[in-house]
Design a protein around this ligand. Structure first.
Ligand code: MN
Ligand code: MN
Length: 469
């Protein structure tokens, strides 16, 4: 027998009048939690094959082509239901489903980024010291450098040879592959090192990747370990040392996405920021049918270093695409942009009860409480952000509530605790109503980040609800 207590007048009033974010693991029905778990199985597969922006573009195109998307042709006519994509230099991607309403009514944009903090090889990376071979690196994005030592690392990227031919590199992901490592000092001899501030315990120039230790035989020259590595690379990839200059090689954690927790409620992986929003932004677009408003998903590069460059969100690739889209219907691009809306699909920091001091609970996102709406990011008095309007926030609320999406609000930490930015401001700069929405992450920017499966699924539902407006 169930013994259900009647709600008191105060409880009823609180329910009616208060902002009550709810824990999805308590609130959602069993079927919905099962749907979230199932959705995340495919997300984990995506994570494992898309550890870099280039790999994410390939994986997303694979998903899109399987769903009938074709490369966009600016000279071909477009009609409702058409599905197209633009591959920007293999590092950024735009996908669109043409809606049934005139494009002049605006489009719905979901913009995520597919670059993540990592270590890049320097243009001349290979060196030998004390008969050990190393790759010298330059870190990319905001990292705690000490987190990148003594973990298995893999090497991903592309090398362009002198004759223009290209080689794709992916070493350390296959079970049978070797991995690489950045060494750290043993605690026995770390007394002086441990007195340094955490930001200097491991210095940027200490991030050197150990890649070999055996000498090239039949050779008494100096640097024969380096020579041996060059020989291996030449035999495997047909490259010479100079080819590193025309390469983009990225070092990322070699571990795979795994369930975290005895209850398997979370996923641990490298690069949730921002694949945990990029993936739902793609799956939502694939699931939106023929929407009323043309729906566009953008996967951008270079967010972690300020969205600069021709594959970053500050570049003109979005307005150029909207121009072409508008022209296909005899409209002007800026008229389309001015009526468009955007979800800047990026992660936010989840409340970590071990480090509660950087958050104010009433405005902090918690894992399992659903997709997080972040009205503004920035820092130092809302600098460096777009701040979504009341009107647009009102629309987003209505859309999410209409589809029963579990959502919460979250600020990026306490006032003056620090701060950060997303692509939101650059899209808002194009006269588009924009707000940040994404998945809360524990230990963001660490080699191993953690998210809740419920929240990942709610991001998919939130983007879908918005695209179907
Ligand atoms: Mn991000
Ligand atoms: Mn980030």
């Amino acid at each position: 027998m169930e013994n259900k207590k009647e709600k008191t007048a105060a409880e009823l009033l609180k329910e009616k009048l208060s902002y009550n974010p709810e824990n999805g693991s308590k609130k959602l029905c069993i079927e919905e939690i099962a749907a979230a778990d199932a959705y995340c199985e495919d997300y984990k597969t995506f994570l494992d094959k898309a550890k870099t922006e280039r790999e994410a573009v390939i994986a997303a195109i694979e998903m899109a082509e399987a769903a009938g998307f074709v490369p966009f042709d600016a000279n071909a006519p477009l009609k409702a239901g058409d599905k197209v994509y633009v591959n920007n230099r293999g590092k950024a991607l735009m996908l669109a489903v043409i809606g049934s309403r005139p494009v002049a009514d605006g489009v719905t944009i979901a913009a995520a980024h597919i670059d993540s903090p990592r270590l890049d090889l320097k243009p001349n990376p290979l060196y030998e010291d004390s008969e050990l071979a190393y790759f010298d690196t330059h870190y990319y994005g905001g990292i705690k450098k000490y987190q990148w030592t003594t973990i298995p690392l893999s090497l991903h990227g592309v090398i362009i040879r002198a004759d223009g031919s290209s080689v794709t590199v992916n070493i350390g992901e296959d079970e049978n592959d070797p991995v690489f490592c950045i060494t750290d000092l043993l605690p026995h001899l770390g007394r002086e090192q441990m007195k340094r501030p955490a930001g200097e315990v491991i210095r940027g120039e200490d991030l050197n990747l150990l890649i070999g230790s055996r000498a090239f035989r039949h050779d008494d020259e100096s640097e024969s370990v380096k020579l041996n590595i060059l020989n291996i690379l030449h035999e495997k990839y047909g490259i010479i040392e100079t080819d590193f200059l025309s390469a983009e090689l990225e070092i990322v954690p070699a571990f795979r996405a795994k369930d975290v927790g005895l209850d398997r409620s979370m996923i641990g992986a490298y690069g949730h920021d921002d694949r945990v929003c990029a993936y739902p932004a793609v799956t939502a677009l694939l699931a939106c049918g023929t929407p009323a408003y043309t729906a566009v998903t953008i996967l951008a590069d270079k967010e972690e270093i300020g969205s600069a460059g021709n594959t970053g969100m500050k570049s003109a690739f979005l307005p150029y695409f909207i121009d072409d889209l508008a022209a296909a219907f005899g409209e002007k691009g800026h008229h389309v942009l001015s009526k468009s809306i955007c979800l800047s699909a990026d992660v936010n920091a989840a409340l970590d009860p071990i480090y509660p001091d950087v958050m104010v609970r009433s405005n902090a996102a918690q894992i399992n409480y659903g997709v997080c709406i972040t009205k503004y990011t920035g820092g130092g008095g809302k600098s460096g952000t777009s701040d979504a309007s009341a009107e647009y926030m009102g629309l987003v609320r209505r859309l999410l509530d209409g589809e029963k999406v579990l959502w919460q609000v979250g600020e990026l930490g306490k006032v003056d605790a620090g701060g950060g930015g997303t692509v939101a401001q650059y899209i808002a700069d194009l006269d588009v109503d924009t707000v940040d929405m994404g998945v809360p992450v524990l230990c963001m920017h660490a080699p191993y980040e953690i998210v809740s499966k419920i929240d990942v699924y709610m991001a998919h539902k939130a983007f879908l609800a918005t695209m179907k407006r």
